[in-house]
Ligand binder design. Structure first.
Ligand code: S1T
Ligand code: MG
Length: 564
């Protein structure tokens, strides 16, 4: 076995399903081994940003690590932004990069693709990964791989492995099996006891769940915990879609931009337990009042912060299990729903009943159409799904880009969904939708703005070769609309008016145009019925047409920041 094979076996044993890659001369030696061994299938795309987004989406939807393999310099540095997003949003992507060989580094020449020094790239990746290693010695490579992949899984963050190009075929021993880091069970028990004591002492306890609950595959256990606690549960903005349909779920906290009952319950709670929630501005930036951190119980990043002290080395799954162990089986009565009219989640009515008439399409119409569609999918029928097929684990997973499409998605009934809700990089949507279908085998649906589509939409040209046929809905408003609504007095957000349906045909897919609701219904039915090539629905939105959620988000941000 050589270094590359040892790495590939270790990746496969830890759940990787494929290697997303774009080669270069520093990577040719290890790419050759990937292809010739077939240990993991190699999936190539066109441009490294899209490669990183696709690998990130694959990790998120399967709650396991994914792999993005690139060349040194122009390749790896080109992918930094996508890996930064994966780091910020806690997605376990393993970045593998080729690099100059040991001998050529010693020649004293500046090497092509090199930046300031040969080690510059490694230092750049230190800023967007939780662990790094250079596989330049077969004696140390197996242990480095084991440690780096363990940190990738335990911290649910990207990691970086660099393989000098004279090393991939060097013989080396196997990578030791995954061995979880030890944790102090006494500390876990003490932490759980304090959390329960605080919740019991609180008169207005609330549980908020965030992305880590999904990343560590804890959704069912947290739902059981919520039932046993009998406290109202909300999701953070980024955690939306978690615990969909669970009895205690009240909705999504969005501060002044969300349901007033949920906002006041969260911000007025004297026992707010945050499980796996990132304390980001997108989750809390539109808070009407600053949440009192002294009364918070915040479990994230293997730490539990309470009042003025912190428990360290507490894996979220260990805390959840300890809380469950301390609570009797059986659900406790859930308090009255927090959310009155308009609360998200259980109480909100995700609008159904799309009207296929000649009115111009609005973003909220797209949400209504999708709710009708997903109701059909949930009932086991639906466009392109065999009526008698077993409901798939991820029927039609949804990928979103940033822009009004993400806010529109908040009005879609909770379904398995990936979207850049915090780091918010454009360009994620199309490659993410491709990544979802390639890694799950389930046809995906993507919502993307026209600005973001122009960044990575070309990746669709790879669909035929990859054997995937995603459906993409482009919010074509000829504008960076999410920016324009914050700054209506400027005009630079007006961008190209393009015929995206024509793009689709040129890239090997099928394009549909829709300006009215009837055209949208017809296009969506045709797109979801046809298999074998990707489908792009170019929705021509009227100038200034935005979702109700984006409108309330903008109003909320302006209110909180005092901007007129
Ligand atoms: N560049 C990248 C890579 N990501 C970004 N998030 C931005 C720039 C800033 C930015 C937004 S939202 C937005 C930009 C440029 C406009 C999006 O336009 P489009 O995709 O057409 O969607 P819509 O018209 O629905 O807004 C965020 C706030 O930072
Ligand atoms: Mg736009």
């Amino acid at each position: 076995m050589n270094i590359t094979e040892a790495l590939l076996h270790a990746l496969k044993e830890r759940g990787a399903r494929e290697v997303w890659g774009i080669p270069g001369d520093f990577a040719l030696p290890y790419f050759k081994i990937i292809e010739q061994t077939g240990i993991l299938p190699l999936v190539t795309l066109t441009h490294e940003p899209g490669l990183g987004f696709a690998a990130d989406a694959a990790a998120r939807i399967r709650r396991g690590l994914s792999v993005a393999a690139v060349t040194y310099g122009a390749g790896a540095i080109n992918m930094l932004n996508a890996v930064a997003q994966a780091f910020a949003e806690k997605s376990p992507v393993v970045v593998i990069s080729g690099a100059p060989g040991t001998a050529e580094r010693a020649r004293g020449l500046l090497l092509h693709h090199q930046v300031k020094t040969v080690g510059s790239q490694f230092r750049m990746y230190q800023e967007v990964t939780c662990d790094q290693g250079i596989l330049d010695d077969p004696a140390t490579a197996p242990a480095i791989i084991e440690r780096v992949l363990r940190n990738c899984l335990e911290h649910s963050r990207p990691v970086y492995l660099e393989i000098p190009r004279d090393m991939p075929a060097v013989p080396c021993g196997p990578v030791p099996p995954h061995a979880p880091s030890p944790c102090d069970d006494e500390a876990v028990a003490a932490c759980a006891a304090e959390v329960l004591a605080r919740l019991r002492a609180a008169s207005r306890p609330v549980l908020m769940v965030g992305v880590e609950v999904r990343r560590y595959g804890l959704e069912d256990r947290v739902a059981e915990l919520a039932d046993r606690l009998g406290v109202p549960v909300v999701t953070s903005f980024m955690g939306r879609g978690l615990l969909a349909g669970k009895a205690c779920l009240q909705g999504t906290y969005m501060g002044v931009a969300g349901d007033a009952n949920i906002t006041s319950a969260v911000e007025g709670s004297d026992g707010l337990l945050l499980l796996g929630v990132i304390m980001s501005d997108t989750n809390f930036g539109v808070s009407a009042s600053h949440i009192d951190r002294r009364r918070l119980m915040h479990a994230e990043d293997r730490e539990v912060r309470m009042g003025f002290h912190t428990y360290h080395g507490i894996p979220l799954e260990k805390l959840v299990d300890a809380l469950l162990a301390a609570l009797p089986e059986g659900a406790r009565a859930c308090p009255a729903p927090l959310g009155g009219e308009g609360a998200l989640g259980r109480n909100v009515v995700y609008r159904r009943g799309f009207v296929a008439d000649d009115a111009p399409v609005t973003p909220d119409d797209i949400a209504v159409l999708l709710n009708d569609f997903y109701d059909g999918v949930a009932a086991g029928r639906g466009h392109g799904t065999d009526a008698d097929a077993e409901p798939a684990p991820f029927p039609w997973p949804l990928a979103c880009d940033i822009g009004d499409c993400l806010f529109t998605a908040l009005s879609v009934r909770p379904v398995p969904m990936v979207g850049p809700g915090y780091y918010a990089s454009m360009g994620f949507g199309v490659p993410a939708g491709m990544g979802l279908q390639k890694t799950t085998g389930q046809r995906s649906l993507t919502l993307v703005g026209d600005g973001a589509f122009q960044m990575t939409g070309m990746e669709l040209g790879n669909c035929a070769r990859l054997g995937i046929d995603p459906v993409i809905v482009v919010f074509n408003n000829a504008s960076w609309e999410m920016l324009r609504v914050f700054q209506p007095e400027t005009s630079y957000s007006a961008i190209n008016e393009l015929d995206f349906a024509a793009f689709a045909d040129a890239l090997g897919g099928r394009g549909h145009r829709a300006a009215t609701r009837r055209e949208l219904a017809d296009a969506f039915a045709a797109a979801t019925a046809e298999r074998g090539r990707f489908q792009l629905i170019d929705v021509r939105l009227a100038k200034g047409a935005i979702s109700d959620t984006l409108a309330s988000f903008v109003a909320g941000v302006k209110r909180v920041s005092g901007v007129k």
